[in-house]
Design a protein around this ligand. Structure first.
Ligand code: F0G
Length: 497
């Protein structure tokens, strides 16, 4: 190409209406544009094709009525063959790539010093920037190991709507959490681009009003699952970090969906629109002291987790707990092949094209629901759409678990399994043993990564429209007949009222 030609191309690449990390993709779209003046903006398309399919079994409304009754109206009790579309979670339910499967074959199963461990350790260092690394079998295991070092009885751990296992591991150690999420997060109709953000004033007040020794760290969940898969802006991460530094408190990330958070930063925070996802990720983590990771989400694997951190002394203490609870420090409850697949997954998950498809598929479902007038958390979350049960079925009393009632209806009508994020999940107060009523009663439709098609999204939306159209008939919910003392939602038994 002539100098002038390459200058024009350079100019056009900059001017193109779409953004992507990948210069080559831009270029090929550009050549297309050069052939003919094309008016229509090209939509995103999945940067992968299907090599293998998994059959899913349809069933009837009558069958599902019977099955959910036999399951004590707890969706966790259903066997997967009784579910048509499984939106229970996006955790460990995604599809691995051919490259990940190839890496599985190269797995080094040595007890100590496995090559797969080294691959993963180096990838984690490159992607996160943290110096020390410990593999664990999943996210809550990482919490268990790290909190065994850091959390003591009577401590308080501020953060943005802690995930339930995080909260569980803190409360199990007779410590408490303090939710400092911004108020906008609790109104599903308010549009705020970063509803996972921390209210800096509230955080500062919390740090001011407790002795430093009582606060082992602040935990920032990116994206914030419990607030509806909502992202935290880089500006907010920076401010949280500054407050933590001011009071000499550590800052850890619960990084389960860190890549989706980075996508939102790139697409919503003007300042970072020209950064690659990998650059944004490094920047996010540069403000913290470490992270716990559930690799079952943005690690693109079916099982796995890890801790990464900068402080050698904490790392050394954590290795003892890792060996006790998880396994030797070079496998931590994982097969060598799992660690290899995770190393590849972390790289794939931090590519723009993958993330665009991922997040926009979730938004596609959200937009269809909004078109039908169905109340959902907005803006849409990165990994899930959250139905607002307080607005959807206000006719069902709160102490009859309206979000759970809606989730059960969704299963019966469409064979779709979702999960309640409301009063059942919020559990009882550890001291008063009374039901805790969270501000929001949500039903989460979590979308597994690279798994379902747009037709599945259309089907889900149509089922919900049918339920929404007859919502006024819903009057009664459910009562609890049996529950565990902690994390009751997994095993709770319910009866229809
Ligand atoms: N942190 C967050 C933000 C999570 O969403 C999860 C799990 C964990 C930690 C714990 O990780 O499952 O690997 O032990 N979330 C799943 C979900 C269960 O369905 O959202 P884990």
């Amino acid at each position: 190409m002539t100098d002038a030609g390459s200058r024009i191309e350079e100019y056009l690449v900059k001017k193109l209406p779409f953004t992507t990390d990948n210069y080559h993709t831009k270029k090929s779209r550009l050549s297309y544009l050069c052939i003919k003046a094309i008016k229509m903006k090209l939509p995103y398309a999945e940067p992968y094709k299907t090599k293998m399919v998994e059959y899913i079994k349809p069933s009837t409304v009558e069958q599902r009525k019977q099955w959910i009754k036999e399951a004590d109206y707890n969706l966790f009790n259903l066997t997967s063959d009784k579910v048509f579309i499984d939106l229970l979670t996006d955790s460990g339910t995604g599809a691995m790539s051919d490259n990940q499967w190839a890496e599985m074959m190269r797995g080094d199963e040595s007890y100590a010093g496995s090559q797969s461990f080294l691959k993963l350790r180096d990838t984690v260092k490159r992607i996160t920037g943290f110096d020390y690394f410990l593999p664990t079998h999943q996210g809550r295991a990482a919490e268990n190991v790290l909190f065994s070092v850091l959390v003591k009885e009577g401590n308080i751990v501020p953060g943005n709507s802690h995930f339930d296992t995080t909260k569980g591991h803190i409360e199990f150690r007779k410590a408490t959490t303090c939710d400092c999420t911004i108020d906008e997060a609790f109104d599903t109709s308010v549009f705020h681009p970063f509803k996972g953000n921390v209210n800096i004033e509230k955080l500062e007040k919390t740090l001011q009003s407790h002795p430093k020794e009582k606060i082992p760290f602040v935990i920032l969940t990116v994206t914030c699952n419990s607030a509806g898969g909502q992202p935290v802006s880089l500006q907010n991460i920076k401010e949280v970090s500054e407050v933590c530094k001011k009071y000499d408190i550590l800052l850890y990330f619960d990084a389960a969906r860190f890549a989706e958070n980075a996508y939102f930063i790139k697409t919503r925070e003007e300042k970072y629109k020209d950064f690659t996802i990998k650059e944004i990720v490094r920047k996010m983590f540069s403000y913290g002291d470490g992270m716990t990771m559930s690799a079952k989400k943005d690690g693109l694997v079916n099982m796995g987790g890890f801790i990464a951190l900068n402080d050698e002394a904490i790392y050394k203490k954590a290795t003892v707990f890792n060996i006790m609870f998880e396994g030797f420090i070079t496998y931590g409850g994982l097969n060598g092949r799992d660690m290899g697949a995770l190393a590849v997954g972390l790289d794939e998950a931090t590519e723009f094209d993958y993330l665009e498809t991922r997040v926009e598929q979730v938004a596609f479902l959200g937009k269809q629901l909004v078109e039908y007038g169905i109340p959902v958390q907005q803006p849409f979350g990165g990994h899930a759409i959250f139905l607002d049960a307080n607005k959807f079925v206000p006719t069902i009393p709160r102490d009859e678990y309206r979000a759970q009632a809606l989730a059960i209806e969704l299963y019966i009508i469409g064979g779709i399994r979702s999960v309640e994020i409301g009063t059942i999940l919020a559990d009882r107060d550890p001291f008063t043993h009374k039901n805790r009523y969270p501000e929001l009663e949500l039903v989460r439709l979590a979308i597994p990564r690279r798994t379902y098609s747009l037709n599945h999204m259309r089907y889900i939306a149509a089922v919900l429209k049918n339920i929404y159209d007859s919502r006024e008939e819903a009057k009664r919910g459910y009562t609890i007949v049996d529950e565990a003392p902690i994390m009751r939602h997994f095993t709770v038994k319910l009866e229809k009222l």
